[in-house]
Write a protein that binds this ligand. Sequence first.
Ligand SMILES: [Zn+2]
Length: 322
Amino acid sequence: MQLIEGIHQIEVPTPFPVGAVNCYLLEGSPLTLIDTGVKSSLAIGTLESGLSEAGYSIEDIEQICLTHGHVDHIGLARTIMNRSDRSMNVWIHQMDSERLIDYEGYIDDRMRAYHRIATESGAPIQEGILDSQPALARYFLKLGESVEEVRFAEDKGMIETGLGALTVEWAPGHSLGSVCYALDSKKVLFSGDHVLGDISSNPSLDFDGILGISLLKYFESLEKIRKYSGYSVYPGHRNVIGDLAARIDDLLADYERKFNQTEEHLGDVPTTIYDLSRKLYGEYDSGQLILALAETQDLVRVLESRGQAKLLTHNGILCACK
Ligand SMILES: [Zn+2]
């Protein structure tokens, strides 16, 4: 579907609850694809038919710009490179590049991180996170592939496309190496999963802690792109965002509500992060466990940084209290 002259959106299906990922084709030379979809025959077929509707084939793609290193965005990069007979630039921010350069290693890392967060948060054994891990890892491994030869999309760097230069805006939060690409010539911002129209960006899920509390980093990154209010915002999932400033304000207000709710559930007696997550999110299923624990930890950390909560270790388990 052509969004404006020279820019086509292709909705590529994923097996995840979020639904399709939006890939964007920028016409002209070099013919540029922003994000790729997962590696599946359904995704390849959909990408092919979207490209052909715009008058192109996979073999015509000359450059790939990735908004971040999650598999729904990077999974097909290797397949597209293999189908091309020319050398191709694949751009990704350095902090997400390891995920692409060594996809298998990244999946191993993630599984270890999931195990760690479930254990340290006090999730009961019946949540089954340990038993289901090998199957989960096998499932993810099928959906992506490594690309060793990448170029780093650096903050404020410029990448030439057929429609003008893209400016890279590093926006850590959803992942450490998330970027937005601004196309000033068309007043368009490709926001990846940093800002989505009607769903959360889940900025707590990349909980490495290297950059500090990921929620706070995410808030900084939201303010960083506020200057693109007035641009059309083309996100990684769902619909185009018309009013960026309003969306940023909504997201910040949502989090303030969550901080208040979290504070209300805290008492003088320490409660485990797992128990607190059940109070906050109710009867979520085991597929949502890691996300719920990661966000609960982050909410408490932010409250602690404001002097409104304490995070402590009790019998080896992370707990929170007033
Ligand atoms: Zn995504």
